[in-house]
Design a protein around this ligand. Structure first.
Ligand SMILES: *Cc1c(COP(=O)(O)O)cnc(C)c1O
Length: 360
């Protein structure tokens, strides 16, 4: 067996110990004589798994009592509709700050359900920065303000959350949940598809303040109503059972690493190693504004497509995989989520140094 360093943006690398644990438990979970995949979601054994997943999520993110933790399906993209359907219930207005491809998709979907205002956008410079927010542009009676905390494709992130006063802040944290400490109290709702920092695709985590639940639009499909899932403890129908099990293993791993604060330190170290090198290089050009650089997705360019292709090919040959950037940015993207070890980033930088010497 040979495992590569997989720099994919999502689905992405999982901690090796998580995969090994899943492998060891694959055929007979904890003496039940069956795989978690084959188990009734209403069984005692499974109940213990989903309860533990929620308990760990609460502990690791310090989620207050008055928030629900939901394990849903449909990816972050389903939340693009579920958020407005459930939260656009007073003024039917919301503000969306557009900082990337997914932020824009979320905004466009919300437009189907209410009056959507865009108080700030960075589309003018291909989403390479986080725009300043002029507070006077916020809608005073908005039902919520939506942001994307980390822009997976463009490699930017919010370093501090915008202050929206009494208006609930809703955050798509798909690509940086658990990568840095967040004060959950400052947010009304957080959602994340699991496949970047939490586990396999197929599970979506929603953390939502209780007072925001229960006023969905009349025509909201049952499966898209937070209230239904909250009251049923994410068991209204069959939840993504195996994905939640892997998520539980990932959360146990996060705890073993010392929790989010420790992971944040490692993530900052990993990102600094790569950005410092990029800033001193003559060959590579980082694409994101320095002040807004992501800790999770590091984007940079080479002088031309030919060298970019050569870079991707040669990196892949030495076990540094999935480095090709998204078509909207071009160049290279190294996704260095929680599961990516420091050692891997070091190996990448060494490869980049060698490649620079050979190609300049
Ligand atoms: C990957 C990603 C999405 C899309 O997630 P799906 O689970 O594929 O719907 C949305 N938002 C962000 C920030 C992402 O990184």
């Amino acid at each position: 067996m040979k495992r590569i360093y997989n720099f994919a943006a999502g689905p992405s690398m999982l901690p090796l110990s998580v995969l090994e644990k899943a492998q060891a438990e694959l055929l007979d979970y904890n003496g039940t004589g069956m795989s978690v995949m084959e188990m009734s979601h209403r069984s005692k054994a499974y109940e213990a798994i989903i309860n533990k997943a929620e308990e760990l999520m609460r502990e690791i993110m310090e989620i207050p009592e008055n928030y629900k933790v939901l394990f849903l399906q449909g990816g972050a993209s389903t939340q693009f509709a579920m958020v407005p359907l459930n939260l656009l219930n007073k003024s039917k207005k919301a503000d969306y700050i557009v900082t990337g491809y997914f932020a824009k998709k979320a905004m466009q979907e919300a437009k189907r359900y209410g009056e959507i205002n865009v108080p700030a956008s960075s589309e003018d410079q291909n989403f390479s920065y986080i725009p300043e927010l002029d507070k006077s542009r916020l809608t005073p009676d908005a039902d919520y303000v939506h942001i994307t905390t980390n822009n997976t494709i463009f490699g930017t992130r919010y370093t501090t959350l915008p202050d929206t006063g009494d208006v609930p802040l809703v955050a798509d944290m798909s690509s940086n949940i658990l990568s840095q400490a967040y004060d959950v109290k400052k947010l009304g709702l957080i959602y994340a598809g699991a496949q970047k920092n939490l586990g396999p695709s197929g599970t979506t985590v929603v953390i939502v303040r209780e007072d925001l639940i229960g006023n969905a639009m009349d025509f909201t499909p049952t499966m898209l109503n937070y209230k239904i899932h909250a009251e049923a403890g994410s068991m209204y129908n069959t939840p993504p059972t195996y994905g939640i099990y892997i998520l539980k293993l990932v959360l146990e791993w996060v705890k073993e690493q010392g929790g989010v604060k420790e992971l944040q330190k490692i993530n900052e170290k990993k990102a600094a190693l790569l950005y410092d090198y990029l800033d001193n290089s003559k060959l590579y050009k980082p694409t994101a504004a320095k002040k807004d650089r992501s800790l999770m997705n590091v984007t940079f360019r080479l002088p031309n497509d030919e060298l970019t292709d050569k870079f991707v090919k040669e990196a892949s040959a030495v076990g540094l995989g999935s480095l090709k950037g998204h078509r909207l940015v071009g160049g290279i993207r190294a996704s260095i989520y929680n599961a990516m070890p420091y050692e891997a980033v070091k190996t990448l930088v060494e490869f980049m140094e060698k490649f620079e010497k050979e190609n300049s």
